[in-house]
Design a protein around this ligand. Structure first.
Ligand code: HMG
Ligand code: MG
Length: 286
């Protein structure tokens, strides 16, 4: 099994979407440029969602047009519908991500529609993306528990993940949106999903609400996953998931992986510069 782990840096999106104060586009651009210097091959730079729903990322066009593009890095953006997709395409996103939920309550609260309606929307988006040659990643949220509906059945996760894969997503990121997972529940969820979706098409996306996201990564590594999402400085949360604390922090994830014998390709000194810069911009907006 591969000893390389790809880290999908989601801080500029999953982190900054939740900051209490608006951070100027120029600071977001500087942060993304520092993350590019650290060697990430995937950086989720922003979201093309409704600015009424997530005002923190209303500057998505300015951010994507202002960043320095490192060859070898894909700059990604979340797109909830065709409007978001068209904005992302026009702004030059290298790939986009659709985001569904394994629970109805979160789907309604996060994207204002049922799971089935969201999958219909994404199907249209993926058809357009196929014509444009745009890669699409898929997220499934609330893979362990939902802030509105409580515990989520692993089979519900499997069904939504399969639907996203079948419509053409190249990879499915399984999100423990509120950080409810333990190594036991994460393993049980993955064991229900893996017979239907191969580990090489899955990513783990853990929030660190209970300070055990690294243990959850270890459980997922043991079951063959080799892609993990994390956020510089442990930024994050989700404005529509009460209780979602930070994302798994990238620095400790890199340390764990390297210590366990996996390569990541991340330049730790450059990552520290991004972490230090992040402190200055989040402190300034606190
Ligand atoms: P809606 O209100 O049902 O949308 O929201 P609508 O289609 O009825 O449109 C209402 C208005 O929004 C219209 O404008 C549209 O033009 C506009 P008006 O006529 O009122 O002036 N609009 C848009 N504007 C810009 N860009 C767009 C867009 N779409 C509509 N793309 C919608 C539905 C999906 C848009 C809304 O619910 C939304 O934007 N939700 C996003 C919420 C979000 O970003 N949540 C955080 C990301 S998910 C997450 O963090 C989890 C994850 O990290 C994984 C994990 O941890 O589990 C991925
Ligand atoms: Mg998240």
């Amino acid at each position: 099994m591969s000893d390389h782990v790809r880290i999908y840096e989601v801080g500029p999106r999953d982190g900054l979407q939740n900051e209490a104060m608006l951070i100027p586009a120029v600071a977001k651009i500087a942060l993304i440029d520092l993350l590019s210097d650290a060697g990430f091959t995937k950086i989720e730079a922003t979201s093309f969602v409704s600015p009424k729903w997530v005002p923190q990322l209303a500057d998505a066009e300015a951010v994507l047009s202002g960043i320095r593009r490192r060859p070898g890095t894909d700059y990604a953006a979340l797109t909830p519908n065709m409007k978001g997709y068209e904005r992302a395409l026009a702004a030059g996103a290298d790939e986009v991500a659709v985001f569904a939920s394994a629970s109805e309550g979160f789907s309604r609260n996060n994207i204002n529609c049922s799971i089935a309606e969201s999958l219909q929307r994404f199907e249209l988006l993926l058809e357009a993306a196929k014509k444009d040659g745009m890669r699409v990643r898929g997220y499934v949220s609330c893979v362990i528990a939902c802030p509105y509906d409580g515990p989520v059945a692993p089979e519900a996760v499997r069904d939504v993940a399969m639907a996203l894969l079948d419509m053409g997503c190249y990879e499915i990121s399984l999100g423990d949106t509120i950080g409810a997972g333990t190594p036991e529940t994460v393993s049980a969820m993955l064991e229900a999903v893996l017979p239907s979706l191969p580990a090489k098409r899955l990513a783990g996306h853990f929030h660190d609400t209970r300070d055990n996201a690294l243990e959850n990564v270890t459980a997922a590594l043991d079951l063959g996953l080799r892609v993990f999402d994390s956020a510089v400085g442990g930024l994050g949360g989700c404005p529509y998931a009460p209780g979602a604390k930070g994302n798994l922090a990238t620095g400790p994830l890199v340390e764990l992986l390297e210590r366990s014998g996996f390569s990541t390709g991340i330049d730790c000194d450059a990552l520290k510069k991004a972490e230090a810069y992040l402190q200055t911009i989040t402190r300034a907006s606190a």
